[in-house]
Design a protein around this ligand. Sequence first.
Ligand code: GSH
Length: 211
Amino acid sequence: MSELTIWTLDWVPQGPRGFVRDLRLRWACEEAGLPYKVQTIPFDDRETNHLARQPFGQVPFLSDGELQLFESGACLIHLAHQSDQLMPKDAAGQAHTLQWVFAALNSIEMVSVPWWFLTISGNRDNELTGWVDKRLTQLEAVLSQRDWLAGDRFTVADLLMADVLRIPQVRAVGHRPASEAYVVRLTERPAFRKAHADQIAHFELADKKRA
Ligand SMILES: N[C@@H](CCC(=O)N[C@@H](CS)C(=O)NCC(=O)O)C(=O)O
């Protein structure tokens, strides 16, 4: 097995702590028992010094030996191929896992994040509110019927969907008990708790170094 390195920022302000997307990769590695280390790029120079590895100047990205990957979804799928804990082995189970990975990114996050950013800038009831509300209501109907998105078991698709849904502003949209129970169940998993605590500790240590 080659060595996994998750790349994130060396520091971020308080606001995004606990939500920087390296957490998705940490969480997946913790679920799968895959050893990894964490390396950083400087927050103060984030857009200029790693475009070769992440052409949009973002984190996370992943090194697996010589292989370098960006986009959290692609990194999660890569990790899922290394562990049955993250994705079933059978063709239908894999196809359904990938389907829901794309749904998390392409049907939910693609509207929830722009909506959330508009609310942060003070525009709480913005042009995207109806759209995000509709998508979350549709997802609530799915989660009312089952505990897991794919293969009747935990997969990396649940990890990703829960990470997309757990944004406090997104959780506060409407009353969606099945979605809320899903987020609670997923974020109570020891692997999530460890990944979350490790990210918080990483940025707290960075505060001390910057002081
Ligand atoms: N689609 C990308 C989004 C990555 C992303 O938005 N990363 C944030 C941190 S969570 C970032 O680097 N933001 C700084 C920026 O966009 O310049 C992925 O899923 O990896």
